[in-house]
Design a protein around this ligand. Structure first.
Ligand code: ZN
Length: 884
């Protein structure tokens, strides 16, 4: 059956202020697993600023059973209101402040969508962003309705000794004559419904405190399952570091007496910034040396910080509507990136962030799901928590910071906080603060928010020796994306340098401007020529340093110049970038070559340059590790852009890995042997860097000589005394077909089968094998007693990883990989559309494939789209994937 009721498209241009406002919300929640009863009293009044005041009141509500409704204590008769699947409409309201009271019941035990009130491992918890509050009570469930909340929670004492909600605890006690107890919470801050939260369950609590710079003592609590208390230390350390950093860097203090984090195991996303009561996917809270890797530690630190930073960018200043999502997300990602850069290595952080941006956002921007940082329409808002809104959104803020300079940006942020505290704001409001602080006109810059696609900047240069002029011609272009055939030119800030013979930066004496203090040029026209004077020696241009603009840079610069920069640019980002460029070119040639053989000459030249980098004592280990990693298969696919054969890419990339592994064997071996084993584990950046370099060396060694490499890896696995070393070994073993792989994987399973986060790691290791048999293995694991399709972490670990991290097998020419994932999407879509739709985005690059695979993917997608009862979420992703 073909879906007939095509979901509606919601448009930014249709925004209307709410006809009514809700000043105060009083909830009384009587928790029971199958029937939770919720009384909601809303103090509501017509919005004087809205033309819709006086009209019917349309409250959102989904999956709620309405038991009773009254206004100012008078029950409504049936003709005074109507109910459909998504709304409760009250036809006529008195034009004054009224109190509407509804009583509803919901069934948390049946809620597998994990939106609204649900049970995770027996713990009651809520998820309200974006539109989950309407699954708890009838409400104006939109971010521009700000209310004060008072919440009474009640539950069986044995089932839920802890009763939590936002704000301050004002009263708690037993209900006499029953086995139940209650707690009353009040949040003094106005907030939109998406920031509401409650949690009830039997949880352990780890406490600490933080004294703000104005001397207020804040109680910090992390709630986890019993027995996991020891794994909360790192999250707590990270939280305190984040609180301090926000005071120092942005002048922002915490504003309640208590800050709570709850870790739950079933969660659709990473974490949620509910006011004073953050709820986390437990994988971003729990860490111990024997259960978490260095990478896990770094992720926990940044997610804890991200959610905390939302208290100002998101909660105190929220979004007027969901089109403004980047206002809180892009800005908060920028803030968490800066936090990590300040407390770790800035260049290493920048390179990692750009890798992620390219892998996820560039891929999204290059395909049918491309959309602007601020979209202008959507069917389902949950589909817009994307790399574009988050990661590119952060890049846009970073460009503003580059244009305004550090001081100017801080001044603009101060204006933003002062002017909009308590508001539901727009992107225009934010950019206006940037304009007011700097005196700049940012109207051209604003296109970054409205245009989809990755801009291309073409650079051509020549040195006019006799004039002492270096001439740089830059051309910008932006390919059409769905709904945007032509686009105006952008304002592109490009940090740059002219590098002299020994790596020194020459002064930038720009014709028409003078010597640049801040080495950033702005490309604002389609074609622009920049002439630098007094350039007496031939320079090597280093452009887009630090990746100051999220563009694709192409140039006529020579391989020799790239190798030179790889060895001596003062900008570490560009040293890495040049290495990636060189590697991409070598691999791209191998893709086209017979048997995907790599050119021995090119590989040797690259290997020599890499060897010098690895031998440079002035460089950090973590940076060297990044230098030693070749561009990913999906990066290479994106660069090719069409007629993609993922197996050929894999083979060509492997050929270069193998060549490097052989050529650099001695160096790699030295690095490998310098990796300490045993001893106490510390997650600090220097130790983590040493481990990542060791594991990068192992990856190349195993490419050079699979048999001896596999032995090394297996030995490392068995000797490991922390999870980082174990995973370092497994990550390389998992990708080669050898007996050591089987041995290590089953040993890992035997030791860690009772730890869900480690079972997830094990599932992923199984799913990423790029060789024959992987699909059968994944199918087998779907029948494993530990696979549970209702648990998002498990689904992502097995199926999500297969689709996203195993391009060879997901894109198997038979189409079996596509079918496997489609089968899971179909099942999942029936109860958790959010996670199903996210899984469906893995097909987004299907049009770039070679014809055979493209046809298979097309068949699978068409069948998925035309299913009866396909959710709005999945329909939007699949139909756009097919159209674009
Ligand atoms: Zn966020």
């Amino acid at each position: 059956m073909i879906r007939t009721d095509t979901p509606q498209t919601i448009r930014l241009t249709d925004y209307r202020a709410p006809g009514y406002l809700i000043n105060h919300v009083s909830l009384n929640v009587r928790l029971n697993r199958e029937a939770t009863r919720i009384t909601a009293r809303l103090d509501l009044l017509p919005n004087p600023a809205s033309p819709d005041a006086g009209g019917p009141l349309v409250l959102d509500g989904q999956g709620l059973r309405l038991e009773a409704i009254n206004i100012d204590g008078v029950p409504l008769t049936e003709d005074q209101y109507s109910l459909d699947n998504e709304h409760l409409t009250i036809h006529k309201l008195p034009q004054r402040a009224v109190c509407i009271e509804t009583e509803t019941t919901v069934d948390p035990s049946a809620n597998k969508a994990l939106s609204g009130l649900y049970l995770s491992n027996g713990v009651y918890c809520t998820q309200c962003e974006a539109e989950g509050f309407r699954r708890i009570a009838f409400f104006l469930d939109r971010p521009d309705v700000l209310s004060r909340y008072r919440v009474r929670l009640e539950a069986r004492k044995s089932e839920a000794p802890q009763l939590l909600s936002n704000g301050n605890l004002v009263m708690a006690g037993d209900i006499v004559g029953s086995d139940r107890h209650f707690a009353i919470w009040e949040d003094p801050h106005l907030k939109p419904s998406y920031l509401f939260a409650m949690v009830a369950g039997d949880l352990a609590c780890v406490e600490d405190s933080f004294t703000t710079r104005s001397g207020r003592k804040v109680l910090l609590q992390i709630y986890v399952e019993h027995g996991k208390e020891e794994r909360c230390g790192w999250a707590m350390t990270s939280l305190k570091a984040a609180m301090k950093w926000d005071e120092e860097r942005f002048g922002r203090e915490y504003d309640l007496d208590r800050f709570m984090i709850v870790a739950v195991s079933d969660f659709n996303m990473g974490a949620m910034e509910n006011k004073g009561l953050n709820i986390f996917n437990d994988k971003y809270v729990l860490a111990s040396p024997d259960s978490a890797t260095d990478q896990d530690y770094a992720h926990i630190e940044s997610v804890i910080a991200h959610e905390y930073f939302h208290n100002w960018t998101g909660n105190r200043i929220t979004c007027r509507d969901w089109f403004q999502l980047c206002l809180k997300e892009g800005l908060t990602v920028y803030r968490d990136q800066e936090f990590s850069s300040d407390i770790r290595s800035r260049p290493v952080k920048r390179i990692s962030d750009v890798k992620l941006l390219r892998a996820q956002q560039f891929a999204e921007d290059a395909g049918p799901l491309a959309h602007p940082v601020r979209p202008s329409s959507y069917m389902e808002i949950n589909n817009f928590y994307t790399a574009t809104v988050y990661e590119k959104g952060a890049e846009v803020v970073r460009m503003l910071a580059t244009l305004l300079g550090e001081e100017g940006f801080r001044k603009a942020m101060d204006i933003y906080f002062a002017r909009h505290d308590g508001d539901a704001a727009t992107v225009e409001d934010f950019v206006k603060c940037m304009e007011d602080a700097s005196g700049r006109d940012l109207s051209q810059f604003f296109h970054w928010y409205e245009q989809a696609g990755t801009p291309q900047v073409m650079a051509q240069s020549r040195w006019l020796q006799s004039e002492g002029v270096f001439e740089l011609t830059l051309t910008q272009s932006l390919a059409p994306t769905p709904g945007q055939p032509t686009k105006p030119d952008l304002d592109i800030p490009l940090a740059m340098g002219l590098v002299g013979p020994v790596g020194e930066d020459m002064p930038l004496d720009l014709e028409g401007t003078g010597v640049l203090n801040n080495p950033v040029i702005e490309l604002r026209e389609a074609v622009q020529v920049f002439r630098f004077r007094n350039v007496r020696q031939r320079p090597v241009p280093s452009l887009n340093r630090g990746f100051s603009a999220p563009v694709r840079l192409v140039s006529n610069f020579s391989a020799a110049d790239e190798v030179a920069l790889m060895g001596r640019d003062s900008d570490p980002f560009n040293r890495w970038e040049m290495a990636q460029n060189r590697a991409s070119e070598i691999i791209t040639r191998a893709i086209a070559a017979p048997d995907h053989a790599v050119s021995a000459d090119l590989a040797r030249g690259y290997g020599e340059a890499l060897k010098r980098v690895l031998a440079d004592n002035g460089l950090e280990d973590a940076f060297k590790a990044l230098m030693a990693m070749l561009p990913g298969e999906q990066d290479l696919a994106r660069e090719l852009g069409s007629n993609v054969d993922p197996a050929a890419i894999h083979a060509a990339r492997d050929a270069l890995r193998r060549a490097l592994g052989t050529q650099l064997e001695a160096e790699l071996q030295r690095i490998w042997e310098a990796l300490p084993t045993g001893g106490a584990y510390s997650p600090d950046p220097a130790s983590a860097g040493r481990r990542s370099l060791g594991h990068a060396a192992l990856d190349l060694l195993i490419a050079g000589d699979a048999a001896s490499g596999a032995q090394l890896a297996l030995g490392h696995f068995h000797a490991a005394t922390n999870m980082t070393d174990k995973m370092g070994a497994l990550n390389v073993l998992a990708r080669i077909d050898c007996p050591q792989r089987e041995e290590a994987l089953s040993a890992f399973y035997d030791s860690h089968r009772s730890d869900p986060l480690l079972v997830d790691k094990w599932m992923t290791l199984n799913a990423v094998a790029p060789f024959e048999g992987a699909i059968a293995r994944v199918r087998e694991l779907m029948q494993h007693e530990l696979f549970d399709i209702t648990r998002p972490n498990r689904v992502r670990a097995l199926i999500g990883s297969f689709a996203a991290m195993n391009p060879v097998q997901f894109n198997a020419p038979s189409g079996e990989g596509y079918e496997l994932v489609a089968g899971v999407i179909e099942k999942l879509d029936g109860f958790n559309p959010q996670v199903a739709a996210r899984l469906a985005t893995n097909y987004r690059s299907w049009r770039a494939l070679e014809p055979g695979r493209r046809a298979k993917a097309h068949d699978t997608l068409t069948r998925l789209r035309d299913r009866a009862n396909v959710s709005r979420d999945t329909f939007e992703i699949i139909s756009k994937s097919l159209e674009g």
